[in-house]
Design a protein around this ligand. Sequence first.
Ligand code: NAD
Length: 537
Amino acid sequence: MSTYRLLVTDGVDPEGVAVLTATPEFIVDEVATLPPAELLARIGEYDAIVGRSATKVSAELLRKAVKLRVVGRAGVGVDNVDLDVATELGIAVINAPAGNTVAVAELVFGTLIGVLRQIPRATTGLHDGKWERAKLMGHELKAKTLGIVGVGRIGGEVARRAHAFDMRVVGYDPYVGDDRFGALKVTRMATLDELLAEADIVTVHVPLTDETLGMIGRRELARLAPSAVVANLARGGIIDETALVAALREGKLAGAVVDAFTSEPLQGEHALRGVPNLLLTPHIGANTHEAQRNVAVDVCQSVREALLHHELSRSLNVAAVSGKSWPELQSAITIAQRAASVARSLLADRGLKAVTRLAVRTGSELAGSGPALLSAAVVGVLEGVMAEGRLNLINARSLAEARGIQLSITENAPGLPAHGLEVVLGGAMNELAVAGSAPPEGTPRLTRIGGFHVDINPKQTLLVLTNHDVPGVIGRVGTVLGDAKVNIAEYHQARLAQGGEALAAVSVDGSITEEVRQALLATPEVLSATIVRFRGA
Ligand code: NAD
């Protein structure tokens, strides 16, 4: 039994930690957030680290973490993890994106009603001995238009709850299909400006990206009515903080909620402090016991699966797979990787070593798996070319792109069977396509090499011969392999036309030496002999 050492830190909820400690293969060290130097000194021992946001998983830390395979984040944001370096090193970063959705969605309404009914002022006033009833007039949610920017998980839950308050709900999210808008009864706005023109209340639920940083700035706030309220319970800076302060102070906006800040925690005399009608909460969107338990259990289960079963579908920096689970895709992944190895070896034997193009085409049943299969094909191309150890499905694509290989995916490609896929490798002046199929219940097969139809299960080593299509070749090849004690598992002979060039795909157990290859090449009819040894076979 392989054992793995895990470091759990930052006070991950005990129910999550229990998932790990109950796993016999795991040795779990649970510690309070460590000072960076101490963590750096210890990280080399661990296969996985699981934490919240307090521990910074920096580039320096990752490079020192020689055994590390998984970083688990009990929460959504991974701003504390150097994702690029993790990807480069082949370390999976796993978060728990769904567990705190409800917590945030509920707080949206708690804080919005807080602003609309002046609850913070009401309570501090009363505690301070005042009775300001007449001044504490508010507004209702009913019949107001709520504009949701980003109709993802949290945006969707906000929409559901908004209907319970009899609000009209409009949304802007160019990356989401009409079906989702329809199901959530959210009226789609084609642009952000259109949403701003309609909404009484705007709430942002987008990730922080180049596109969303400052997406609600001075110009956007100016488009809202002075009675409008805005809320940012997503990430700091999506609503520009300086513009927000100005709009509130100048009376151009009735109120705002901010739970996430550009720089956290807020320091000293921050411009946001003391602004009228601004309800501030210290990034507590996900701070419910339920959410902390959910995200901890979620991420610990994913980390366990990643370590024990290489189940990386929850990894942020692995190719996304939609529609199928990772285990369901295993045989397609294997065939994509092996088809790519075959194509690479054949091209290399023809003198083309520098692959500059790699395309993966998939049949209808493999739709959504294109990125994963492309990663697998990249592994097939780069294994044996790159140093062993760090090349894997997570970092394959970024390594390939860094080497200048153009990658492309065509899903639902015409002419391919439903469970079929094709890997096309190309370089200067030359290109080769190898196809395969991975039916759910059957054995994965290679089905075409270049123009030749084959039907072979590429298991340990594949010998690909081209020869003149004359009688007796199979016997002579069999004799050479037999003399060398190489056991043939399958032999598939294909030809384009009688008497022309033929191709033989021979699956053998074990390996074939260079000496045997030379003996095969010495057989008069044999034109070429390529040996493909599959990694991990
Ligand atoms: P999600 O990925 O499910 O949804 C995000 C949505 O934003 C997606 O539908 C996406 O298509 C959309 N989007 C992306 N770019 C866009 C753009 N330029 N314009 C319009 N829409 C765009 O994410 P989620 O789980 O709903 O989280 C939403 C936000 O809430 C994230 O920023 C997350 O970090 C934050 N969050 C905050 C807290 C908190 O404590 N306050 C807790 C959890 C999540």
